[in-house]
Design a protein around this ligand. Structure first.
Ligand SMILES: Nc1nc2c(ncn2[C@@H]2O[C@H](COP(=O)(O)OP(=O)(O)O)[C@@H](O)[C@H]2O)c(=O)[nH]1
Ligand SMILES: [Mg+2]
Length: 244
């Protein structure tokens, strides 16, 4: 439940995003209309990302030399002071202006998490492989945990700090985003989506290794489904649908 905004902590993981990070941060700084802090968790980039962030003066830079998207976000979230945490990539692919609308939705729905879904983007900037992989993962996740999300792999989320502190997150890489959804679903936390647009990367290369991450994500979903409570809930949902 998130009924009011005290402060928003924007956590941005970066690994060699020198050509992308400035626009993302300056847009957030200018557009986000709540008290805020911007935390960049950098994986010791070698292309000048850290220097760009430092020069701005108003961002907090944390260097997390250990590899992994999940580890970077976990470190950033541990250091966040706001009651609402925004996680968003520093690669310029997400429309960061939409943070305001995500927070508005969070308050309106009293939600624990708002995800920005890219599935209604008319421009369809997501590559076909990522789109299909995401759809399959999302279908599987929704089925197992009785949810109705359309984009489980969205890395753009507004999250209640209290809720995130209440779940244990262990994944170090891309499966972190899915582990978070699983733990939230199990706690009965509410997750809603708002549509956003998606842009192709202008600079640098994605760090996503599709095959490795795909295996890790499926294994996270599968392992998470093995406890008695999740099986019982799945059975109940299945029976309810069958009666209809
Ligand atoms: N600190 C840190 N950031 C990372 C690491 N891997 C990826 N990132 C950042 O996490 C975000 C998402 O990664 P990206 O390569 O765009 O993955 P994709 O969007 O799934 O293709 C980007 O801002 C990356 O710079 C890492 O090991 N450490
Ligand atoms: Mg990306």
């Amino acid at each position: 439940m998130t009924s009011k905004v005290e402060m928003v902590s924007v956590v941005i993981p970066t690994l060699n995003e020198a050509g992308n990070i400035l626009e993302a941060i300056t847009t957030i700084h200018k557009d986000l209309s709540y008290p805020k802090e911007i935390i960049v968790v950098d994986g010791n980039s070698t292309d000048g990302t850290k220097e760009i962030v430092q020069e701005l003066g108003y961002c907090r830079l944390i260097v997390e030399p250990r590899r992994g998207y999940g580890l970077a976000l976990r470190t950033g979230m541990k250091n966040a002071k706001g009651n609402i945490i925004i996680m968003v990539d520093g690669d310029g692919t997400y429309e960061v202006r939409h943070i305001n609308r995500m927070i508005a939705k969070m308050i309106e729905k009293d939600a624990d998490m708002v995800l920005a879904t890219r599935m209604y983007d008319p421009k369809k900037a997501m590559g076909i492989m990522n789109f299909v992989g995401n759809k399959v993962i999302t279908f599987f996740f929704d089925f197992v945990y009785s949810q109705f999300l359309s984009d489980t792999q969205s890395g753009f989320r507004a999250i209640s700090h209290e809720a995130i502190d209440n779940v244990e997150l262990n994944e170090g890489d891309m499966a972190f985003a899915t582990e978070m959804l699983i733990k939230f679903a199990k706690e009965g936390y509410s997750m809603v989506e708002v549509p956003t647009t998606y842009k192709a990367r202008k600079y640098g290369r994605p760090k996503l290794r599709r095959f490795k991450s795909g295996i890790e994500i499926f294994s996270t979903i599968f392992r998470g489904s093995l406890d008695a409570d999740t099986i019982r809930k799945r059975e109940a949902a299945w029976k309810k649908n069958r009666v209809k």
